[in-house]
Design a binder for this molecule. Structure first.
Ligand code: DHB
Ligand code: FE
Length: 284
């Protein structure tokens, strides 16, 4: 049987990729953020997951405003990152897991979700930066990827409630997968940030701490706000917390927080990293 061993929730600021490419991890500006990955590295070395299921949002590299799926699931044998205009294209390929992707697609459709299925797909910084943070310099990456994109860009956005339910449907699919793999779930993006307009640079530490305090033990607490409420509370890109909410839904066991790091700012963003262990509940 497969096992969902835990969750890694992290911001995905493109500037982090730039800092990695330039070797700035120990610089005073970056160190407090990168140090948050020390416990993640130790945990990954211990757990050695085989597969990463990554809930993220595409920022226009793969989907643009003219065609924006609410939920999209990759089912390719390989994914690549391309230059998004930052001058960086990460070279390491992301090996896919089409059989698991199709199992997830089958199961979530059975649960009455209607994802777009993507047999060819490029992935942007929202996948590439968390991978670079988790497995620096490891070539090839030691995990196979199932990318799951949620629209946090083109309104109307899915509701937090819908994202949690979608994540739970993915979690049921992972539980019923007969392969023997160890699976780690990612939620990327957030926390509060707004990059454009009059509120550019907007941060809301109170809302961020509310999310950090509740996402593990009580994710339902995050359903009290609509997606538009979250835009107001956390900024127009802070609504990327929807990816965290869905990812949390895919952790169906006893969820225990092992590490948490919150650092403001990284490129106008309240950056956070949280590591959860998912202890499977043993039926009585
Ligand atoms: C930036 C971009 C992002 O996608 C994000 O989540 C945070 C910050 C940026 O361009 O700085
Ligand atoms: Fe983003």
């Amino acid at each position: 049987m497969s096992q969902v061993c835990g969750g890694i929730f992290t911001s995905h600021v493109p500037g982090i990729g730039n800092a990695i490419a330039r070797g700035l991890q120990q610089e005073p500006y970056w160190k407090p953020f990168f140090d948050g990955f020390n416990p993640v590295h130790q945990w990954l070395a211990r757990e050695q997951p085989d597969v990463a299921v990554v809930f993220y949002n595409d920022h226009g590299l793969n989907f643009f405003l003219d065609k924006m799926p609410t939920f999209a699931i990759g089912a390719a044998s390989e994914y690549r990152h391309e230059d998004e205009g930052w001058g960086i294209a990460f070279q390491r390929p992301f090996i896919g897991h089409p059989a698991l992707s199709w199992h997830i697609i089958e199961e979530v459709v059975e649960s009455e979700f209607d994802p777009v299925t993507c047999q060819s797909m490029v992935v942007d910084h929202a996948v590439a930066v968390p991978y670079e943070l988790c497995w620096p310099g490891t070539d090839p990456f030691p995990v196979r990827l199932v990318p799951i994109a949620i629209n946090t860009v083109q309104h109307p956005l899915p509701s937090p409630k819908r994202c949690l339910a979608f994540g739970r449907a993915v979690g049921r699919a992972l539980k019923s997968w007969k392969g023997g793999e160890k699976i780690v779930v990612f939620g990327t993006g957030g926390l509060s940030h707004q990059l454009e307009g009059r509120r550019a640079g907007f941060i809301n530490k109170d809302y961020d701490h509310f999310c950090l305090d509740n996402i593990g033990p009580n994710p339902e607490a995050l359903l009290g706000h609509s997606s538009l409420d979250i835009v107001e509370l956390a900024g127009s890109q802070g609504v990327e917390i929807l990816n965290w909410i869905a990812a949390r839904g895919a952790l169906t066991g006893d969820v225990v927080e092992l590490a948490s790091n919150y650092h403001v700012p990284i490129s106008n963003t309240a950056a956070a990293t949280v590591l959860f262990e998912n202890r499977e509940l043993v039926p009585a």
